[in-house]
Write a protein that binds this ligand. Structure first.
Ligand SMILES: CSC[C@H]1O[C@H](OP(=O)(O)O)[C@H](O)[C@@H]1O
Ligand code: ADE
Length: 289
C-alpha cells in the first residue's frame, strides 16, 4: 500500500485536514530525525508528515540529519516523498508565488552526510533522473485540478548556506541555466533514492535571490511573507495529489522502488555486519536474501 510522505520546509510545520492524527517519535540508527512524525489519513490515503527544520524551525540546513529523516520515513512505511520547499528564483519569469515542479538538481553542498552506504558496504545508485517522473506527473495533474499555475521541470541549485548567496554566485548559477536555488533538497533526494523511495519537489518561489536589479535582495522576512500568502495553495496541492497515488501502481514503474537492484558492489562475504544491520530499513529488501 502506498504511503505518502510530506517533508515540509520553511513555513510548513503542520499539515491540516488529516484524520486519525498522531505525532510519534521514530528512532533511527542514524541519529535523531528533525522531529516526531505526524501520521494520519488524507481522504483515505495514508500520509506521514515531517517538518524538515523541526516544529518552530530550530535546525539550519547544514545541521539537518538527512539520513535520520529519510530512514525514519522508510521505517514509517513511506513509499513516496514530496518535498515542499521555499526557493529563490534565478529566472525573471519565475516570479515570487510561482510553483516549480523541479526535475533536476545541481548539488553544491559540501558539509553533509550524503550516503547511507560507506566502508564495509559500498553502493552507487543512479541519479540521472533525480526525481520520480510519475510523482511529478501526479503533482502536475493535481496542480491543474486545483488551479495552481505550476512550471513543470526546472533545475534547483542546492547551496550549503546558511547565508544566502553573493551576487557573483547568483549570477554564476544563472549562467548555468539553473531555475531556482535553495539549501535543503540535497542530499535528501539522493538518500531517498538509496532508500528506494520515490521523491519529488514542489518548490515555491519566494524571492529573486540577489541578482534582480528591480527587486530587493532576499531576506527571511520576505521569504516568510510569500510563504504565508501561498500556504493555502500548497495545502490544496497536497490534498489533490493524495488520491492520485492511492489509485496508482504500487511498485513505481520508473524504478524508484528497485533502485538498489544493481547498485551494491561489495561482495556478500565482504560486507560489514554492523552496516548491514543499520541498513535494515533502507536496504533490507536487497540485503536479506
Ligand atoms: C527561510 S529561507 C531559507 C531556507 O528556506 C528553504 O528551506 P526549505 O527547503 O526547507 O523550505 C531554504 O532551503 C533554506 O533552508
Ligand atoms: N534565495 C534563496 N537562496 C537560498 N535558499 C532560499 N530559500 C528561499 N529563498 C532562497
Amino acid at each position: 500500500m502506498s504511503v505518502l510522505g510530506i517533508i515540509g520546509g520553511s513555513g510548513v510545520y503542520q499539515i491540516d485536514g488529516l484524520a486519525n492524527v498522531r505525532w510519534q517519535k521514530i528512532d533511527s540508527p542514524f541519529g535523531a530525525p528533525s522531529d516526531e512524525l505526524l501520521f494520519g489519513d488524507l481522504d483515505g490515503q495514508k500520509l506521514v508528515f515531517l517538518p524538515r527544520h523541526g516544529r518552530g524551525h530550530k535546525i539550519p540546513p547544514s545541521e539537518l540529519n538527512f539520513r535520520a529523516n529519510i530512514d525514519a520515513m522508510k521505517r514509517a512505511g513511506v513509499t513516496e516523498i514530496i518535498s515542499v520547499s521555499a526557493v529563490g528564483s534565478l529566472k525573471a519569469e519565475l516570479a515570487p508565488g510561482t510553483f516549480v515542479i523541479v526535475d533536476q538538481f545541481i548539488d553544491r553542498t559540501f558539509a553533509r552526510n550524503k550516503s547511507f552506504f560507506g566502508t564495509g558496504l559500498v553502493a552507487h545508485v543512479g541519479m540521472g533522473h533525480p526525481v520520480c517522473g510519475r510523482l511529478g506527473d501526479a503533482i502536475a495533474e493535481a496542480a491543474t485540478e486545483v488551479g495552481i499555475a505550476a512550471k513543470r521541470g526546472g533545475t534547483y541549485l542546492v547551496m550549503e548556506g546558511p547565508q544566502f548567496s553573493t551576487q557573483a554566485e547568483s549570477e554564476l548559477y544563472r549562467t548555468w541555466g539553473c531555475d531556482v536555488i535553495g539549501m535543503t533538497n540535497m542530499p535528501e533526494a539522493k538518500l531517498a533514492r538509496e532508500a528506494e523511495m520515490c521523491y519529488a519537489t514542489v518548490a515555491m518561489v519566494t524571492d529573486y535571490d540577489c541578482w534582480h536589479p528591480d527587486h530587493d535582495h532576499v531576506s527571511v522576512d520576505a521569504v516568510v511573507k510569500v510563504l504565508l500568502e501561498n500556504a493555502d495553495k500548497a495545502r490544496a496541492l497536497v490534498r489533490a495529489v493524495a488520491p492520485r497515488l492511492r489509485h496508482g501502481p504500487e511498485i513505481c514503474p520508473r524504478g524508484c522502488h528497485r533502485a538498489l537492484d544493481s547498485a551494491i558492489i561489495t561482495h556478500a562475504d565482504a560486507r560489514d555486519p554492523a552496516m548491514v544491520g543499520k541498513l535494515d530499513a533502507v536496504a533490507g529488501r536487497v540485503l536479506k536474501g
